[in-house]
Design a protein around this ligand. Structure first.
Ligand SMILES: [Zn+2]
Length: 126
């Protein structure tokens, strides 16, 4: 079976697509993180804006056309059902000018009106 871009061994139509379309909520902030990664791969900027906390949301989002997102690895996550905030540490791999690069980030998420929202990166623990 072809895996979703987010790394789950599920088809895109059963994995991140319903979350990106707003048909289903991400239950954990890790699910939202995965859907946001898939949205970067597929350039779904309206979902990226919608799932961004209003306090830190950019007015518009330019997805860099020179970056091709390749792969997401979740290192750790907190924030599930019934919780109001969470964190996801991940490594995202991308190609830029034919060279493989990585983004290692600890992201902070807040639940707002039942839905997880990306807030901002946190400083990495030492
Ligand atoms: Zn997915």
């Amino acid at each position: 079976m072809q895996s979703c871009e987010c790394g789950h061994r599920k088809l895109w139509v059963n994995c991140c697509l319903p979350i990106i379309r707003g048909e289903r909520q991400a239950i954990t902030c890790e699910h939202l993180m995965r859907a946001r990664f898939s949205a970067y791969v597929r350039r779904e900027s309206s979902f990226l804006i919608r799932s961004w906390h209003p306090a830190t949301r950019p007015p518009q989002l330019m997805i860099d056309p020179d970056i091709q997102w390749q792969h997401l690895e979740i290192l750790s996550s907190k924030g599930g059902l019934g919780e109001q905030e969470g964190q996801v540490e991940f490594i995202a791999t991308y190609l830029q000018d034919g060279r493989e690069q990585t983004l290692h980030e600890l992201s902070y998420f807040i639940r707002l009106q039942e839905a997880w929202h990306y807030f901002a990166p946190l400083p990495m623990p030492e």
